[in-house]
Structure formats: C-alpha cells, structure tokens
Design a protein around this ligand. Sequence first.
Ligand SMILES: Nc1ncnc2c1ncn2[C@@H]1O[C@H](COP(=O)(O)OP(=O)(O)O)[C@@H](O)[C@H]1O
Ligand SMILES: Cc1cn([C@H]2C[C@H](O)[C@@H](COP(=O)(O)O)O2)c(=O)[nH]c1=O
Ligand SMILES: [Zn+2]
Length: 193
Amino acid sequence: MVFVEDIFKRRNELGGSIEVVCGSMFSGKTEELIRRLNRAKIARLKVEIFSPKADTRYDENALVSHNATSIPSTPVENASSILLLASDVHVIGIDEAQFFDEELPDVCNILANKGIRVIVAGLDMDFKGRPFGPMPAIMAMAESVTKLHAVCVRCGNPALYSYRLLPDENQVMLGEKESYEPRCRSCYTNLEV
Ligand SMILES: Nc1ncnc2c1ncn2[C@@H]1O[C@H](COP(=O)(O)OP(=O)(O)O)[C@@H](O)[C@H]1O
Ligand SMILES: Cc1cn([C@H]2C[C@H](O)[C@@H](COP(=O)(O)O)O2)c(=O)[nH]c1=O
Ligand SMILES: [Zn+2]
C-alpha cells in the first residue's frame, strides 16, 4: 500500500530546480518569494529561508516586504553557509541575493542537483543599471526567471530601474524610499530630479 506520508517524504527525489525572481526595488520580489514559500509550506514541504547578514534593515530574523508581509529567515554571513545550514529540506528561499558572494551560483546548483527547489530573489541591476553581484550567473543557470516591475514614481509606467536619490557612488548602499525611487527607462534616462 502507498501512504501519502511516504510520497511527501520522497518529494526531493522528484528533482530540484532554480527559480529566480528579479526586478527593481519595490517591484514585489520579496512578496512573490514569500507567496511561493507559503504555498510550499501549505503543501507540507520543509522550507528554509536565508538572507545576507549585511541586510538587516527591518528584522534580522525575518524577510519583510515593503508592504510589511513577512516570513522567518536565517541571516547568513556568506553563500557557503547555506550549504551547511540547509539539511533535510525540500525548498530553500534566498532573498537579497545580489548581496551574496560569487559562490552563490555554485551553491544554488549543488542544492538543486540534490533535488531541492531553490527560489532566489534579488535586484538584477544596481542603481547605475549594471548587473548586480551573482544575480546574472544565477539567472543564466535557472529553470525559470520572473522579472517583476514596480510602478514608476514619475509617470506610472512599469519601472525596471532603481534610481538613487543620494550622491553615494558605492554599489552597496542600503535604503528605502528616502534613498531610491523606481523609474521606467524614459524617466531614468531623463535624469532631471
Ligand atoms: N512605486 C511602487 N511600485 C510598486 N509597489 C510599490 C511602490 N512603492 C511602494 N510599493 C509597495 O511595495 C510592495 C512590494 O514590496 P516588496 O515585495 O518588498 O518589493 P521588493 O522586494 O521588490 O523591493 C508593493 O506591494 C507596494 O505595496
Ligand atoms: C539599487 C541598489 C539598491 N541597494 C540596496 C537598497 C536596499 O537596501 C536593497 C534592495 O532592497 P529591495 O528589497 O530590492 O527593495 O539594496 C544597493 O545597495 N545598491 C543599489 O545599487
Ligand atoms: Zn516613468
């Protein structure tokens, strides 16, 4: 006789994958990641969520969206820590992936090859429109890439850029609405503030 419990336990044998959710700031990446992870929990899958320790804007132990939806998460120092901490899981969520080191694509591949569904959310571009951190490499390796858009604060069209309002040239500068605004191509390239 086949027990449902046994089928649930063997679900990693059915194959892993990498899914990417990318886009500008405020495009809904964290909300979408939380939605997918909550659905996995409803399906009684074991879920682990990781975020870079560097990003402690709201809560060190939770992902929190700009709309205040949240889910518990574990902050980690670097990508390889995820391999050490992810044991006996079906699904792994990783937020703010742009801040991780160059090991993250390999880590995602190793996990997916073990049968784990890996869902990665992050900024595809920095404030200058340059590919951000390990995101392009993970997107190249992924089974699925979902690019989300915010609403351009200038004109209301779909926004793909995160325009920085402050004169800081460092690639990494944590911040919210006081420091960044999502803009469409036209409003981003017509740089009058
Ligand atoms: N300009 C904007 N465009 C779209 N959503 C916005 C904007 N400003 C604020 N928001 C809010 O941000 C939420 C998305 O937040 P979040 O999932 O944290 O985005 P991300 O992780 O991509 O930065 C939206 O549901 C909306 O409530
Ligand atoms: C564009 C850009 C953003 N950041 C920072 C700003 C925020 O702290 C995060 C992005 O958070 P979100 O969940 O996507 O809203 O990244 C940065 O450091 N450098 C940049 O160029
Ligand atoms: Zn615009």
